[in-house]
Design a protein around this ligand. Structure first.
Ligand code: 13P
Length: 277
């Protein structure tokens, strides 16, 4: 089916009181895994800015777009965590449905200016823009154990959403990218205070490592999109390590690829079960 508009997926989830699952993929195997786990349910496929920047990244993204169009699920593809307007322009050029303009490491005014510049590139093509206020601890591509940083201020979030015109806002409520060093604790009271003031859908980054009950609580508290990455990479790599010796015997590359897709599908299926419960 044709790719789904990012904003429509979020609007439908919000009406249903649920959230859209967003999964990071790096190759055909991980994309096959998440599409299979979706089994017709809507999803967002996150493409790392570093994938786009890799040699041949444009071809990889073109392949992912073609795969997603053949899926039985409504799918939107989003460029994740772009901190540079050139990468955002490249993501728009490639035909992605949404970009995340991550200026969360910048001072407030520069973050606003960055998101406005990203919108100037994206909006005329009908491409949605997600922004972030309140910088999340941790890295996207290297999973380190970290503690959460300061929470997003609700009044600042309201102002930021208004001033940027972002279509979706990522906020910090105790979430981290990568690995939670201690037991994760999402501040749902704080989330409700943000949700009461921000009209656009809110996005929870750092879904990996959160208990199903924590994800469900965050959705009930106002999150409309939940991002998962690290736990998919961990499952993919663990299964790769397990299967590699057998695959090397006879150079069984397809068997290895099937196992990688299965590993990703198993993790994604658990998250779909929580988000569509
Ligand atoms: P995790 O890697 O912690 O699941 O975070 C994913 C994410 O937020 C991608 O933007």
């Amino acid at each position: 089916m044709p790719l789904a508009p990012f904003k429509d997926l979020l609007a439908a989830a919000r009406r249903a009181g649920s959230a859209v699952a967003a999964f990071s993929v790096y190759d055909a195997e991980s994309l096959v895994g998440v599409l299979r786990a979706a089994a017709g349910r809507p999803l967002i496929v996150l493409i790392s800015s570093q994938v786009v920047a890799e040699p041949g990244g444009d071809l990889v993204v073109a392949g992912m777009l073609a795969m997603a169009e053949r899926a039985p699920s409504p799918v939107a593809l989003q460029l994740d965590h772009a901190r540079d307007l050139d990468v955002i322009a490249a993501g728009c050029e490639l035909g992605l449905g949404a970009v995340m303009a991550d200026g969360s490491g910048l001072p407030y005014d520069e973050n606003v200016a960055f998101v406005l510049a990203a919108r100037a590139l994206a909006a005329p093509r009908g491409i949605a823009v997600e922004a972030e206020l309140g910088h999340l601890a941790g890295e996207e591509e290297v999973a380190l154990a970290v503690d959460p940083g300061p929470l997003t201020d609700p009044a600042a979030a309201e102002r930021f959403a208004r001033e940027t015109g972002a279509d979706c806002l990522a906020v910090a409520i105790g979430n981290v990218h990568g690995i939670y060093r201690g037991a994760p604790h999402l501040d749902l009271e704080h989330l409700r205070a943000i949700a009461a003031r921000v009209a656009v859908p809110l996005s929870l980054h750092g879904g990996s490592g959160l208990a199903a009950s924590a994800v469900a609580g965050a959705v009930a508290g106002g999150m409309t999109k939940v991002n998962f990455n690290t736990e998919l990479r961990q499952a993919y790599l663990a299964r790769t390590a397990d299967e590699l010796p057998g695959a090397r015997d006879g150079a069984r590359l397809l068997a290895l690829h099937r196992a990688q897709a299965d590993a990703v599908a198993a993790v994604a299926a658990e998250r779909f079960a929580v988000l569509s419960a």
